[in-house]
Design a protein around this ligand. Structure first.
Ligand SMILES: [Zn+2]
Length: 384
């Protein structure tokens, strides 16, 4: 397997400094020579020499001038966005999504299908193994330009071992099986962990030390950032907040227990409650659309759900004392509406000081968060 850095002609035998410049610009956009110098800790002449070499190789490009308060405006540099791509894949219970992201963190291609059932282990593995390279080829992208594929999977995933336990669990690790079939490196993690990482590297959690990220989608889970680090837990399973026993109800959860938080707070729960009230079953994403159209019943259900979520999150605020709580996942479509009931639930159930010190925001990254998390993980691995 030829690595991304080899393909750029800056493989192991090249200078560490060159790699460091590339690594910096993979994360940051539009930097000047002085900024690159400060980050890499080089002298100015050395920085200029390396930057010029990278421009000659077409790895870096000049992207205009930086705004400045006076004097000559310095040139800013970016990576050539088409020197490499990262593929992000999301595997949920009933959906497959794949994005291709260029080196400017832009999603240049997005594909999604609901014609997927992850519980059918062999069929869904074959589908993923076949579809990912086919979609890459269909965009005319050469395989050596793929830095890696990051796959976010619902359920329990150990990213260090490359094993997905809840689904797609084989004798061999999932990453090894896929790497036997694909010419690019594969990394996996839980879907919510990816979203949290996306938010940490490119979103609201950037430069924050203690954050709770809430993925409210068909299910419910949280991602935790503690002292600036993602908290994975001992087995990498941390964040299964949807499966804490929270209600004294008789509702059976998909995990097999009764009374889990997600039996009331999740897309699945919304579908069930709506069907109980109306006799009509609608997928939760359709219900979210109804909410945006002002549907009274759906909005009442959402309001109740938001308050229960706030009450549950108050526990996390007490335990973790975060500075920021981010609402992410598919429900951000109605995020502005959900915000107030969540805050009500939080404020009624938190200690005032902890509540006052914690900001609440709806993620502006939206569904892109997970793909950016895949980008962040692949990027980290390329330079390990
Ligand atoms: Zn459960």
């Amino acid at each position: 397997m030829r690595s991304f850095l080899d393909s750029l002609g800056v493989g192991n035998n090249q200078s560490l400094q060159t790699r460091k410049i590339i690594q910096y610009l993979l994360r940051e956009k539009g930097k000047t020579v002085l900024e690159i110098r400060d980050f890499c800790g080089l002298s100015l002449p050395t920085t200029i020499k390396f930057v010029n070499e990278l421009v000659e190789k077409n790895i870096l490009i000049e992207s205009g001038k930086k705004e400045s308060s006076g004097g000559r405006r310095p040139t800013v540099y970016n990576l050539n966005p088409d020197q490499g791509y990262i593929v992000g894949v999301e595997l949920l219970l009933k959906s497959f999504r794949m994005s291709i992201i260029n080196l400017h963190h832009e999603v240049i291609y997005d594909y999604e299908t609901d014609n997927f059932d992850i519980s059918q282990r062999d069929e869904s593995f074959d589908f993923v193994a076949r579809t990912v390279p086919a979609l890459i080829r269909s965009k005319g992208i050469a395989e050596h330009k793929i830095l890696g594929v990051g796959i976010g999977i619902t359920g329990r995933v150990n990213r260090a071992k490359g094993i997905s336990y809840s689904f797609l669990n084989f004798d061999e690790s999932l990453t090894e099986l896929l790497e036997k079939q694909w010419p690019y490196p594969v990394f996996i993690d839980n879907d919510t962990h990816f979203m949290t990482m996306g938010e940490q590297v490119f979103g609201l959690a950037r430069d924050k030390q203690n954050v709770v990220y809430v993925n409210l989608s068909r299910g419910l889970a949280v991602g935790l950032i503690s002292n600036g680090q993602i908290h994975n837990g001992h087995s990498y399973f941390a964040g299964e907040f949807g499966h804490v026993t929270f209600f004294n109800n008789d509702k059976l959860c998909i995990c097999g227990k009764k009374g889990c938080l997600s039996t009331v707070v999740s897309g699945l729960a919304l579908e069930e409650t709506y069907a109980e009230k109306t006799g009509r079953y609608l997928p939760y994403r359709d219900l979210l659309t109804l909410s945006k159209q002002g549907d009274r019943l759906v909005n009442e259900l959402l309001s109740d759900m938001g308050e229960q979520l706030g009450k549950a999150l108050a526990m996390l605020i007490q335990v973790l004392n975060p500075e920021l709580l981010i609402l992410g996942g598919r429900f951000i479509d109605v995020g502005e509406y959900l915000k107030y009931p969540i805050i009500r639930g939080l404020s009624l159930n938190s200690l005032p000081q902890l509540f006052a010190d914690c900001e609440f925001q709806v993620s502006p990254l939206g569904e892109k968060a997970e793909m950016l998390g895949a980008y962040a993980l692949v990027m980290e691995k390329v330079f390990e």
